[in-house]
Design a protein around this ligand. Structure first.
Ligand SMILES: C[S@@+](CC[C@H](N)C(=O)[O-])C[C@H]1O[C@@H](n2cnc3c(N)ncnc32)[C@H](O)[C@@H]1O
Length: 214
């Protein structure tokens, strides 16, 4: 069963997702299915997405939901942990990593307020496993002032992600930008309607050999 089919036939807790996100999830999360992984979902809503990730990722996955609403504590069950706190609080997020270890997957579906999205990314991206993935969704809010967004608004996560493209390529910038931890630990960045996905991965020595006969 695909994740999309799982969603369409859900008769457990309510899930709230845009339909075009499902191929993106499958594209970036499929390699974690049936593995011993830790997934953090920021924003529990009504608890249904936590259950969906448990069904999708399989019996070895540990799903950690975080939410500012204490009512979400009710959604804990086998393989699903919930911690109550603010996604913009670095101390809360550091405790989370201490408790559950470096996550393989982080999905930000929390407040969608730009300063919150940024704070979570700054705290959690460095902690993501070396081959892990960080996905931020509902980034239409990056264009909306009521979420601290706006076209080319410097603090919007879309603008931050555009700058990170340069950091990703910093090794080739001839000194124009210094390589950073992001350069050294990021394998790829992917842009979709309302979603940015960052895949971690370390590079070995970067060079471009010519192999074969002329
Ligand atoms: C869109 S809902 C999550 C939907 C859920 N992931 C799903 O797919 O069904 C957003 C959630 O983020 C939570 N939230 C809002 N501000 C937050 C914050 N600052 N820190 C953590 N969670 C927050 C809300 O309480 C709400 O439950």
């Amino acid at each position: 069963m695909t994740l999309w089919q799982d969603f369409l036939t859900n008769d457990q807790r309510l899930i709230h997702k845009w339909k075009h996100y499902f191929p993106v999830y499958e594209r970036h999360f499929a390699r974690f299915v049936n593995r011993d992984v830790v997934m953090i979902e920021i924003g529990c809503g009504k608890g249904g997405s936590l259950q969906m990730w448990r069904r999708y990722l399989g019996p070895h996955a540990r799903i950690v939901g975080i939410d500012i609403d204490p009512a979400c504590a009710l959604y804990a069950q086998d393989q699903i942990e919930v911690r109550i706190g603010d996604q913009s609080d670095p101390a809360f997020l550091a405790d989370l990593v201490r408790e559950f270890g470096e996550p393989d997957i982080v999905l930000d579906d929390g407040s969608h307020v730009m300063s919150h999205v940024r704070a979570s990314f700054e705290a959690l991206y460095p902690a993501v496993q070396r081959n892990g993935v960080y996905l931020v969704e509902d980034l239409h809010t990056a264009y909306w002032p009521e979420f601290q967004g706006g076209l080319r608004e410097p603090g919007s996560f879309i603008e931050i992600a555009k700058h990170l493209i340069d950091e990703l390529n910093a090794d080739h910038a001839r000194g124009a930008i210094d390589p950073t931890a992001f350069t050294r630990t990021t394998h790829s960045m992917h842009f979709y309607d309302s979603i940015v996905v960052l895949e971690k991965g370390r590079h070995t020595d970067k060079h471009a050999p010519q192999i074969g006969h002329e």
